[in-house]
Design a protein around this ligand. Structure first.
Ligand code: SF4
Length: 350
């Protein structure tokens, strides 16, 4: 199948999960101010409920370290501390039970500081994610390559990797994000050829919901179809919970996860019911259903039932009525008003 993981990934444990390429894990990040412990806990719980499998929190100062035990008490998914520059925050986060730390060892100063972070992580089996970002590339690399090219991003990431490897530390995850989709794709492909550490995929600063989803789908989706990527984050300038639904949809679209898959026709001159409205309602009503099923929402009986013959359950519009069908066979006819409840009742039975 397209999308089989072809890389021989070095397994890395993150809390109770193992990033080994067998499953793709969905991540998101809290956007409540780090000073708001109650709000952060609430958002982490919401994200877990929506299907987030790894959640990250910014830890900008010692005060924010208090978030870690408070959040961990209420969630069962791994928590990642996002730390820039200050090695003491990384050590403090490790001491209070963080599951993974995102920090770039090349940015934290002397080798003694790196060693102190590595020691704190090694003692507790905490992996480190190196997160390279096109917007914050080292000056030397920008001078060498002229812009944040894919090659420059990979060289930056491998520079950080080498620092950890010099400390005999290999519990490493890498991300190489760019807001430019082709650059991001090229960089991850290059990185996948260069090393066997698990890769966390994302298009950074992807934008608001619509464009962010498009850019992420192309970037993340292309790589996953190549068998590259162990965890993903769809970055949206929006509520983090929307990132989870978007990530789930990307995995569904490329056949990398089960769940409810909806097929629906574009409608045409044969359509006699409000199919666009019905399809939207079906999508909303089934978004949290935990069943591995395919639902068809089709505009007409003539073509709709045959075209979606492999759907577990479906509905096809007639003239002011609709037909419920399963695997190409008609089950019953209902009025247009009954269409949604009748379909949901059939889904319930599956
Ligand atoms: Fe048109 Fe019927 Fe095809 Fe929908 S299923 S696009 S209504 S022909």
């Amino acid at each position: 199948m397209s999308g089989e993981n072809k890389r021989n990934v070095r397994p890395v444990k993150v809390g109770g999960l193992v990033l080994d390429g067998k499953k793709i894990y969905i991540q998101s990040m809290l956007n409540v101010p780090s000073t708001d412990i109650e709000g952060s806990v609430k958002q982490a719980v919401e994200l877990e409920k929506a299907g987030c499998e790894i959640v990250r929190a910014a830890i900008p100062n010692m005060e924010a370290v208090k978030l870690i035990p408070a959040i961990k008490e209420k969630i069962s998914i791994p928590l990642v501390a996002d730390i820039h520059f200050d090695y003491r925050l990384a050590i403090a986060a490790a001491e209070v039970g963080i599951d993974k730390i995102r920090i770039n060892p090349g940015n934290i100063g002397s080798m003694d500081r790196v060693k102190a972070v590595v020691k704190a992580c090694r003692e507790r089996n905490i992996p480190i994610r190196i997160g390279v970002n096109g917007g914050s590339l080292e000056k030397e690399l920008l001078a060498k390559y002229g812009s944040p090219t894919a090659e420059a991003l990979v060289e930056s990431a491998m520079g950080h990797v080498r620092i950890l490897e010099q400390c005999d530390f290999e519990d490493i995850v890498i991300s190489i994000k760019s807001s430019d989709v082709p650059t991001m794709i090229k960089a991850y492909r290059l990185c996948a050829q260069t090393c066997n550490y698990p890769l966390h995929l994302g298009v950074t600063e992807a934008g608001t919901e619509r464009m962010g989803l498009i850019k992420s789908s192309i970037g993340i989706g292309s790589l996953l179809c190549d068998g590259i990527g162990e965890t993903i984050r769809v970055s949206l300038t929006d509520e983090p919970v929307k990132e989870i639904y978007a990530a789930k949809d990307i995995l569904k679209a490329i056949g990398k996860s089960g769940g409810v898959r909806i097929v629906s026709c574009p409608t045409c001159g044969r359509t006699r019911i409000d199919l666009i409205g019905l399809a939207k309602k079906v999508e909303e009503a089934t978004k949290d259903i935990d069943k591995d099923i395919k639902i068809a929402v089709m505009g007409c009986v003539v073509n709709g039932i045959g075209e979606s013959g492999n759907a577990d359950i479906g509905i096809a519009g007639g003239d002011g009525c609709a037909v419920i069908f399963s695997h190409g066979e008609k089950l019953r006819k209902v009025s247009e008003e009954e269409a949604l409840p009748a379909l949901l009742a059939e889904i319930e039975k599956l």
